[in-house]
Ligand binder design. Structure first.
Ligand code: DAH
Length: 360
């Protein structure tokens, strides 16, 4: 046997023995790679006499074709085997129960959940959502809302003031969502029907107060709006939110600078055995402030009070969330403790809708 015949026989064995595509490639390179023995032999042809060259070239090309064919055939077998192995390894049993994915472990914060619930209810009544900046100027947060300079709400212990700007303006962290009433009314002509969820800030800290908290504001401005519309809207809201037709409501005369008349709204509850239950019993619990928008507020927004009237209300979201879901301490809301969130949070795909119910 010539040297080439021996090498070719060995190469054929190596190709047949290759168990992976990598091993096969290695065998191919040993023959046909840049430094492979067949490539070298083909290169050496140039040094032979024309007669020798012809015969040897023919022999080498036959070997090359044979080995090339064997390599291709083996490649096909190994590729099929690799696909079959993958198919077996990746087989999914669709009848198995779902494992816990990262997505399913996440939780929606009760404040976000309650905002979704409330906006869902008001959206169904034809309200849209409006928003405004957390950092407000004095005009929107106070003056336009008919809160005069000497009003206690402006005093240092309540309001967070930012350092005075060069132009003398002193911005504040908004103390309520009411400035968005002003922004909405000044942004275009009525009618308006909006709810405004958002962060609000006051210098206060105990079991039921945090320096940052959440409110939701409502505003309706149209022609011929009266207190009956206010009452009807809030009664409908409470029934849907607490999912009970039995909830009793009390509209108590009150005072806010930006409404006239003003009413605080209580709902009935029981406190038996230290457990608070909404919509049961004869006790009362205050849940929001409301009233007919003050004519002076309308004037600050360029609206003629003889033509346009409306009502507004403001409600603390965090407190309502505590109430509805029996969460005792407000401060834990903002501790970013995952154990707390796992306990009180909501499953992301469990989106509140009126069809499925907004209470859990
Ligand atoms: N802005 C008030 C507060 O933070 C709440 C409020 C009361 C808002 C009456 C209103 C309203 O829109 O009409 O205490």
């Amino acid at each position: 046997m010539t040297e080439i015949t021996t090498l070719a026989a060995e190469a054929e064995k190596a190709v047949a023995a290759a168990q992976t595509l990598d091993a096969l490639e290695e065998a191919r390179l040993a023959v046909l790679g840049k430094k492979g023995w067949l490539s070298a032999a083909l290169k050496d042809l140039g040094g032979l006499s024309p007669d020798d060259r012809k015969a040897r070239a023919q022999m080498l090309n036959e070997v090359k074709d044979r080995l090339g064919g064997a390599i291709e055939a083996r490649k096909g077998v190994l590729a099929d085997a690799a696909i079959n192995a993958r198919l077996v390894a990746e087989k999914l049993d669709m009848t198995l129960p779902l494992g816990e994915s990262h997505e399913s472990q996440g939780r929606i914060h009760p404040v976000s959940q309650v905002i979704d619930e409330i906006t869902e209810i008001f959206a169904a009544m034809g309200f849209s959502i409006a928003e405004g900046p957390d950092i407000e100027d004095d005009f929107h947060n106070f003056t336009a809302l008919n809160i005069p300079a000497e009003h206690p709400a402006r005093q240092m212990q309540d309001t967070f003031y930012l350092p005075k700007r060069e132009d003398g303006e002193q911005m504040v962290l908004r103390t309520h969502t009411s400035p968005v009433q002003i922004r909405t009314m000044r942004s275009g002509p009525p009618p308006y029907r909006i709810v405004v969820p958002g962060r609000t800030y006051r210098s206060d800290y105990d079991m039921t107060h945090t320096p940052m908290f959440h409110q939701i504001e409502g505003l309706v401005i149209d022609r011929n709006i009266h207190m009956g519309h206010l009452k009807g809207t809030l009664v409908e809201f409470c029934k849907a939110f607490f999912e009970t037709d039995n909830v009793k409501m009390r509209f108590r005369p009150s005072y806010f600078p930006f409404t006239e008349p003003s009413a605080e709204v209580d709902i009935n509850c029981s406190r038996e055995g230290g457990v608070l239950r909404v919509g049961e019993g004869d006790d009362w619990l205050e849940i929001l402030g409301s009233g007919m928008v003050h004519p002076r507020v309308l004037q600050h927004c360029g609206l003629d009070p003889a033509e346009w009237q409306g009502f507004a209300w403001g409600m603390g979201i965090d407190r309502i969330a505590m109430l509805k879901y029996g969460i005792p301490d407000l401060r834990a809301f903002f501790d970013a403790d995952l154990r707390w969130l796992k306990h009180y949070g909501f499953v992301p795909l469990d989106v509140p809708t009126l069809g499925q119910g907004v209470a859990r």
